[in-house]
Design a protein around this ligand. Structure first.
Ligand code: G4P
Length: 527
């Protein structure tokens, strides 16, 4: 097979996706269950450590270990029916950060996981919005159906009304939330009945039965499920691949991840519906064909993951061509060569050397001192992919060196954190270079920043939160007007964006009235 044909065939086999959810909806549990089904691990519990289970994810930073949470992201690869799935892990904590968003810039599809009792929650809405902006197709899973929850039709209405996307059920639960018997299998018109296994640590029992048998065993529950499902499909709410790929509809499945119910169905949906990697568009709007020469971009940089080495690891998504370990690529930002001798697949503490990778795969590049978030690497034909969108920060704090004798280390540290995208750094002449403003999507980014300033740059710092709640992009002409007001100021981000901060929405409204139209623009995804 020629190289191009090999790359095209391997690309067609790949599905690269992430799970988006509000904390506690069951993302870790679902990840384990997916990996279990894919036989990537022998027994559920080996992926994310919970309680006494063995965990392999992220005790990379001391802070993470102390809190028992996952701040960093990783990628898990497994094969199902000859389809290679790349599941990119997003941080699951409530104080989520820009990392979560950046992972979404590297996937071709998202699985939106909802808790059957809670429906859409604040973080689900934010992450869905990030998918919507990018036009990423979304598959919805309603989880925890083994527990009392809402009516399935009410959940679907909520999705349609609040997200503006039409839910199209792929299966339908038999039994109300809290009494999960199985799902209607629309391909046969019968039912897949689930049975529990002890502790949910092994695959759930699945039995396919026809409609008559389902009616005999489940009586009114079966009848109700069939009626509800028919109501939806007859009103046009059935899966359509084109509208799903256009992100206008979302296939919906029901599951109880902790019991492994509905997980095989989800794997089937991801392998058959999620799109394979397509051409990635460069800064000039030209698509780079997947079977062209190699290219990839860095969507995440992590420092200090391996305590023994304090190394710097860059996660790169392959966009085109075949990645071969040992090849020399070009770093688009500097034009310098980049050696790929140390390429790894990384999931939690587990690292394996990667020898080759294809579009959609994630490669961890070790000792990637020169690589920053958003950077492009390529072979042969030059290409630069657009910078990753930066997101509207909601938390702001002035940071200063605790010891002015260490200003140099402090400044170097701030510059590094900015380049790595750990926090956004805003400066102004008024505040001066010694007291930049850090801006974050979630407050935990501040903790990571001050921790790293202290431990990596030997520069302790003092944080002083600022009482701003609104941020907008503004124009140079508007700066004097805004700076003259109380409860507002303009700072410059290192990418040149002018960011206007306001104490609250009301204050912003009154100041906006004194500005020409178009002076305040949204910050979200505006590069
Ligand atoms: P997250 O990563 O989205 O934050 O959620 P995680 O998987 O940690 O799940 C949050 C809690 O919800 C866990 O319970 C988990 O067992 C439970 N859970 C996940 N999926 C299901 C489900 O389908 N049904 C039911 N009933 N529960 C589910 P926990 O008490 O916090 O932890 P654990 O000690 O049970 O592991």
């Amino acid at each position: 097979m020629t190289l191009d044909a090999d790359v095209a065939a391997q690309t067609a086999r790949r599905r690269t996706f992430a799970v988006i959810s509000h904390p506690d909806a069951g993302k870790s549990t679902l990840t384990e269950a997916l990996a279990l089904h894919a036989h990537a691990i022998a027994e559920a519990g080996a992926v994310h450590g919970k309680g006494s289970r063995r965990g392999v994810v992220s005790d990379w930073l001391d802070m993470e270990q102390a809190r028992g949470i996952s701040i960093t992201s990783a990628a898990l690869q497994f094969t199902v029916d000859d389809v290679v799935l790349n599941l990119l892990d997003t941080p699951g904590h409530a104080d989520f950060s820009e990392d979560t968003y950046r992972v979404l810039a590297a996937v071709d599809c998202a699985v939106m996981l909802l808790d059957a009792a809670k429906g859409l929650e604040p973080q689900t809405l934010k992450l869905f919005e990030a998918c919507r902006v990018r036009g990423t197709p979304v598959i919805t899973v309603i989880n925890k159906w083994d527990r009392p929850g809402q009516e399935p039709l009410a959940l679907l209405d909520e999705i349609e009304e609040r997200l503006g996307i039409v839910p199209t059920p792929v299966n339908w639960p038999v039994g109300i939330a809290g009494d999960f018997r199985g799902v209607i299998d629309p391909t046969t018109g019968g039912m897949t009945q689930f049975t529990r296994t002890p502790g949910g640590a092994t695959l759930a029992g699945r039995e396919s039965i026809d409609a008559d048998e389902a009616a005999r065993r489940h009586g009114p529950d079966w009848t109700q499920a069939v009626e509800e499902f028919e109501l939806l499909t007859s009103s046009g709410q059935s899966h359509d691949q084109d509208t799903f790929l256009a992100a206008r509809t979302t296939p919906v499945l029901f599951a109880a991840a902790v019991l492994n119910f509905g997980v095989a169905e989800l794997l089937d949906a991801v392998t058959t519906m999620a799109p394979p990697p397509g051409p990635w568009t460069d800064v000039e709007g030209r698509p780079r064909p997947v079977d062209g020469p190699f290219s990839g971009f860095v969507f995440k940089v992590q420092t200090g993951m391996d305590r023994a080495h304090r190394d710097r690891l860059a996660f790169m998504r392959v966009c085109s061509g075949r990645f071969e370990r040992g090849s020399v690529l070009t770093h688009a930002a500097s034009g310098r060569p980049f050696q790929t001798k140390y390429a790894q697949s990384v999931f939690g503490r587990e690292r394996e050397t990667i020898d080759e990778a294809y579009p959609g795969d994630v490669v961890g590049l070790v000792n990637a001192q020169s690589l920053n978030v958003g950077d492009t690497l390529y072979a042969e034909d030059k290409v630069t992919f657009p910078p990753l969108p930066r997101f509207a920060p909601e938390h702001f704090a002035v940071v200063r060196p605790r010891d002015t004798g260490r200003s140099k280390q402090f400044r170097r540290g701030i510059q590094m954190l900015d380049q790595e995208g750990v926090v956004q750094v805003l400066v102004s002449d008024r505040r001066g270079a010694q007291s930049p403003v850090l801006a974050a999507v979630g407050p935990m980014q501040f903790e990571v920043a001050t921790h790293r300033l202290e431990h990596e740059f030997n520069a302790q710092s003092v944080l002083e939160p600022l009482g701003y709640a609104e941020a907008r992009r503004t124009t140079r002409a508007a700066v004097p007007t805004i700076d003259a007001k109380h409860g507002a100021e303009v700072l410059e981000r290192t990418d040149g964006t002018l960011v206007a901060l306001f104490s609250d929405r009301w204050r912003m409204g009154t100041i906006a009235a004194d500005l020409p139209e178009g002076s305040l623009l949204p910050l979200f995804g505006t590069e």
